[in-house]
Design a protein around this ligand. Structure first.
Ligand SMILES: Cc1cc2nc3c(=O)[nH]c(=O)nc-3n(C[C@H](O)[C@H](O)[C@H](O)COP(=O)(O)OP(=O)(O)OC[C@H]3O[C@@H](n4cnc5c(N)ncnc54)[C@H](O)[C@@H]3O)c2cc1C
Length: 428
């Protein structure tokens, strides 16, 4: 026999969005519980920012969010902006550090953020049901939401006028965002836009990918079939392809194109191409002039037995030099005195236009966030409440809003959670 417990708000999912919703509700004097399926809340938060947790970003414009949902996201973020989030965190006792607009906990430890939120929840006496499995969920005849769960300690029927869905989508499913909420969404007749990875690495075909594996270097990634997207930063070459922040930033478009092609049953080979500029701050002419000058300077000094491999090395990492020389068909052993302007031009041109053919992308286990989810046009402007279901809220990554790297996704999770959580029950 299940125990029946009444709350003002039930929060399904104890990630960043759900915890913020619970804290906002408790602060507003509401009775609230978090229903979490894992053994702990905020599991994913511990992984964020390479364990340092990039909480938010003071340079925030709507371009940081995907085009489909960015107006809606900005409407919410204006109400709980990066500065408001920072003020809230500092007022509740978490010290922060600002690195060129990227905000981290002062300790540089994601665990500090998690521990802080956990102690605030305990302080506000928020009930937390861990190891929860949903047995059933529905809106009852009185218009209240009922969640039947089992936790290993017993079965519960939780009833509330407000239900906040904060389960995330499918990124890093081991942290709990595993799609187990999807049947409930269907039962509640909530629309769900196709879910795909975003902020992920891309797999490429070329043999030279393997030769470059392990290299981390500054560069610019360019990609686009209809519109051209560019992103600068530290590119990471892996044994399967391209990774690092610049690749993450535009991966959502690569993923969409790979999927579109798969739907059309076309091969991805050949026409989805990424161009990498590994000397992005220097033009072709400037690069050639630099190499001409380098040769001239060396001619004045001691340079016998000096070869192309050594000459080009030091401009970019050795593995890149060797790959580019191979692609230019320039022998590593070519004596420097034989290098001609056309060799310099060939080298710089290749370095600035290294081409990769997309063969796939890294999936849910590897992506930082997902694209897709509950479309923002199913939600009331500025409230996170479902248009067709008063009292039902959707927040965080579960909504079709995904941001670029840099603290924008946690900002969205915290802001949307805060807005949904603080909405009073009698207003609903
Ligand atoms: C490796 C990595 C690094 C990242 N780094 C950053 C960063 O530095 N800065 C940044 O802004 N963003 C970062 N992100 C993205 C950020 O972590 C997410 O955007 C954010 O955690 C989403 O919060 P959420 O609460 O919506 O969902 P989640 O954090 O996914 O939380 C969802 C919660 O719901 C629970 N749940 C799911 N289904 C059920 C169910 N059926 N029943 C009960 N509970 C359920 C899950 O167990 C989980 O606890 C990173 C992500 C990853 C994976």
């Amino acid at each position: 026999m299940a125990s029946t417990i009444h709350y003002d708000k039930i929060i399904l999912g104890g990630g960043a969005a759900g915890c913020m919703a619970a804290l906002a509700a408790a602060k507003a004097g509401m009775t609230v519980c978090i229903v979490e399926q894992k053994e702990m809340i905020l599991k994913k938060l511990l992984l964020t920012g390479n364990g340092r947790c990039n909480i938010t970003n003071t340079h925030l414009t709507k371009e940081a969010y995907n085009p489909e949902g960015n107006d809606y996201a900005m409407g919410i973020i204006e109400k709980f902006s990066p500065s408001k989030l920072m003020e809230w965190l500092e007022h509740t006792g978490l010290s922060l550090k600002d690195r060129d607009g990227y905000i981290y906990p002062y300790s540089n430890q994601a665990a500090s953020v998690r521990d802080h939120l956990v102690s605030l929840l305990a302080n506000q006496k928020v009930a937390i049901y861990l190891h929860s499995k949903i047995l059933d969920g529905k809106k009852n005849a009185k218009g209240k939401y009922e969640l039947h769960i089992t936790t290993g300690e017993g079965e519960y029927c939780l009833i509330a006028p407000h239900l906040v869905l904060a389960t995330g989508l499918l990124s890093h499913p081991k942290t709990g965002s595993d799609g187990s909420v999807f049947p409930l969404l269907e039962k509640l007749s909530l629309p769900l836009k196709k879910v795909l990875p975003a902020l992920t690495s891309v797999e490429c075909e070329e043999e030279y990918v393997k030769n470059l594996s392990g290299v981390r270097t500054e560069g610019c990634i360019k990609y686009g079939t209809v519109q051209m997207y560019e992103s600068m930063g530290e590119i990471q070459f892996t044994e399967y392809g391209l990774s690092g922040i610049p690749m993450f930033q535009i991966s959502r478009y690569v993923v969409q194109d790979v999927e579109a092609k798969a739907q059309l049953k076309k091969q991805t080979n050949g026409d989805l191409r990424i161009l990498v500029d590994l000397w992005p701050k220097v033009s072709l002419e400037e690069g050639v002039a630099f190499l001409q000058q380098k040769k001239k300077t060396m001619e004045e000094g001691f340079m016998s037995n000096y070869h192309a491999e050594q000459f080009f090395d030091g401009i970019v990492p050795k593995k890149v030099t060797n790959t580019i020389l191979g692609l230019c068909r320039l022998k590593k052993s070519t004596p420097v005195e034989s290098l001609q302007d056309k060799d310099f031009e060939g080298f710089v041109r290749q370095l600035k236009n290294l081409s990769f053919t997309v063969s796939g992308y890294r999936g849910y286990d590897f992506c930082q966030v997902c694209q897709g989810g509950v479309p923002t046009d199913a939600l009331v402007w500025g409230t996170m409440e479902c248009k067709d279901h008063p009292g039902l809220y959707v927040v965080g990554e579960l909504v079709d809003v995904d941001g670029i790297c840099g603290g924008y996704n946690l900002q969205w999770a915290f802001a949307s959670g805060m807005i949904a959580g603080s909405k009073k029950v009698q207003e609903g």
